[in-house]
Write a protein that binds this ligand. Structure first.
Ligand code: FUL
Length: 623
């Protein structure tokens, strides 16, 4: 107390948090009680990223490699009971992964060194549940080493995904013991493989109400990372990089890197975020309304993680569902173009290679983006310090047709633009062609073709002076618009009848994923297909837009030939990761069986609620 008084007498220009009036705040700013909104807005304008966050943001394109036991069991979440002997890639080629990603324009790659099943892709000293117990390379292999060597050789930054949730470790749930175990794993990864640029801690934990409760020591994990790899950003359950809030590949229309969302890993997060009524998925994480009520502001920029295929791990049955080039370009525009870094997952297959279709798509994406953004028609872009309400005219190199506009802020000095407008000079007058809210590192806006020779940018609202570092106008080549088609099953649903439920339940089996069935309680869905079919599995399509309540997490599935005797086909299973990635769930029975009736019995909803929903349930035709 005395010391604080002494310091403030000596340095009257320091505020109560030791920050000097007028100086920049790095990564975080606290508001003293009584700070007015006007003062907060001014302080927010001076919040800037730490150097490692700025370097990370400039990468724009980063990649994920989900690879491990699940690759060999065809699952999305393993239960930790798998034999390490299952891991046996026949032709692992990490250089092939890195080369393909470089062609795609990716600058950093993150490997799932350990996923939720606990299997380690490096020969760790902490557990026998690793590559050392697998037949691959006679137990002498190290996937982390092979990837890191390939990255160093080919010029790619490297990151590690180490799942805190571990379904194999015996000590998981004994908090101090597991924290020591986990930190040893981290230490191995961060000391034995050279420079690491990103550490990814997933937030998932599906232990459920009766599961083991592990209290993670995030502070200690973070201190360890800062000591061993100071340049590495810590993502998701870290405080450098924020999960965008969906796994579908898009950032928000209004995406603030300067956000009032307290990182989950901070002990005070639950209370502060609850008080503000926000969570990582909230639409608004940075408006003035929130700022007015907040006690802290963080530089916590968004990362958009999405897979090139429906699942995160490789499944042969998804070979025909590699995202189209047009979908990937849309994802690029709505992630990198919305002030986020894209983290695109491309999963190696059982050989330990990226599949041909994925490699070809990465090359197409890289070629497309290089071509699309090679020629900025705005030639002269001086640094512009703009007050709210000010405009600036940019000449194009000639009258030309453009369909995509870009604005960038100098985020090294903070994120300030709250609203802006772009006009094009056409037919002898200014015509508004785009208007949006935040800019941040980069904002890309698709517009209908416009022929013009001049653009006018107006900063409509800003937190202090906006610092515009770049403006661009491009003509993106057209794309074949063939979208992806969700595949509800295979057996036509005409003539199917739901038994024992109100008529609305028919919407779950009408062959149309747009119509949704919702019911109170955990309701079993029993269906009479009208005739006997040879079936090999089923598909559950969850509601993926808007209200996801009722989505089934744990379930059992039965079939019957007479509607009297029921055979369990899958018992007490889970739709892994369905909460974050609500894609169609294809479940195989492992063989073809005869059935006229089927029954899906929900055992647990994603949030433990007592309700059920489905966009569709379909049956897969057997051999
Ligand atoms: C999720 C995990 O549960 C998925 O399996 C995947 O790793 C994804 C990137 O994060 O939360």
């Amino acid at each position: 107390m005395k010391k604080t008084l002494f310091i403030s007498l000596l340095f009257p220009f320091l505020n109560m948090y030791g920050q000097q009036a007028g100086e920049d705040y790095v990564k975080q700013v606290k508001f003293a009680p009584g700070t007015t909104l006007e003062q907060k807005v001014e302080m927010a304008s001076r919040l800037r990223p730490a150097d490692r966050q700025l370097e990370w943001q400039k990468l724009e394109l980063t990649a994920f490699l989900h690879f491990g036991i699940n690759t060999f069991t065809d699952r999305e979440w393993g239960d930790g009971k798998e034999s390490p002997r299952l891991f046996n890639p026949t032709g692992l080629d990490a250089e092939q992964w890195v080369r393909a990603l470089k062609e795609g324009g990716f600058k950093l790659v993150i490997l799932t060194a350990k996923h939720h099943d606990g299997f380690c892709l490096w020969p760790t000293r902490t557990t026998a549940h690793s590559v050392a117990s697998s037949p691959w390379k006679g137990g002498k292999g190290d996937v982390v080493r092979e990837l890191k060597d390939a990255c160093d050789k080919l010029g790619m930054k490297f990151g590690v995904y180490l799942s805190p949730w571990d379904r194999n470790a015996a000590c998981y749930g004994d908090s101090p013991a597991y924290n020591r175990f986990f930190m040893e794993q981290l230490t191995e990864l961060l000391t034995n493989y050279g420079t690491v640029h990103e550490v990814w801690f997933d937030g998932a934990c599906g232990e459920g109400p009766n599961g083991k409760k592990q209290v993670y020591d995030w502070d200690a994990y973070h201190r360890l990372i800062r000591r061993l790899q100071p340049q590495a950003v810590v993502a998701i359950q870290g405080d450098d990089v924020r999960w965008v809030g969906n796994e579908r590949g898009y950032g928000r229309e209004t995406e603030w890197s300067a956000t009032v969302l307290t990182p989950d890993a901070y002990g005070r997060a639950a209370r502060q975020n609850r008080e503000l009524g926000i969570a990582p998925k909230s639409a608004d994480l940075g408006s003035r309304e929130l700022l007015a009520r907040a006690g802290e502001l963080f530089w916590y920029p968004s990362e958009v993680d999405v897979s090139i295929r429906p699942g995160w791990f490789y499944h042969a049955q998804e070979d025909a569902q590699v995202k189209s080039l047009s979908k990937l370009v849309e994802i690029y525009l709505e992630s990198v173009g919305r002030n986020s870094v894209l983290l695109l997952n491309v999963p190696p297959d059982r050989r330990g290679r990226l599949a041909d279709a994925d490699v070809a798509r990465l090359k197409e994406l890289g070629d497309y983006l290089r071509r699309a953004f090679a020629d900025n028609r705005v030639k002269d872009v001086p640094y512009w310090k703009a007050a709210a309400g000010e405009s600036k005219v940019y000449d194009l190199d000639a009258e030309t047709t453009v369909n995509t506009l870009m604005v960038q802020e100098d985020i090294a000095r903070g994120q300030r633009v709250e609203a802006f407008r772009l006009e094009a000079w056409t037919d002898g007058g200014w015509k508004e062609v785009a208007a949006a809210t935040t800019v941040g590192y980069k904002r890309l806006l698709r517009i209908p073709d416009v022929r013009t020779s001049r653009l006018r940018l107006t900063v409509l609202q800003s937190r202090g002076q906006a610092l515009i570092s770049a403006v661009g106008a491009y003509r993106l080549p057209s794309l074949d618009e063939a979208g992806e088609r969700p595949e509800p099953g295979g057996i036509p649903t005409a003539g199917w009848r739901v038994t024992g439920l109100p008529a609305g339940a028919a919407q779950a089996v009408d062959g149309d994923v747009q119509t949704v069935w919702r019911a109170q309680g955990l309701q079993a869905l029993t269906v009479d297909m009208g005739q006997t079919h040879r079936v090999r599995g089923f598909v559950y399509v969850p509601v993926s837009d808007g209200d996801q309540s009722g989505t089934v997490f744990r379930y059992s599935f039965y079939t019957s030939t007479d509607g009297q005797t029921w055979t369990p086909r899958v018992e007490r299973a889970e739709f892994s990761n369905i909460k974050n990635n609500p894609i169609p769930q294809t479940v195989s029975f492992g063989r073809t069986v005869e059935a006229r009736y089927f029954r899906l019995v929900p055992l647990e909803e994603i949030d433990g609620l007592s309700c059920t929903s489905a966009a569709e349930v379909g049956m897969l035709e057997g051999e």
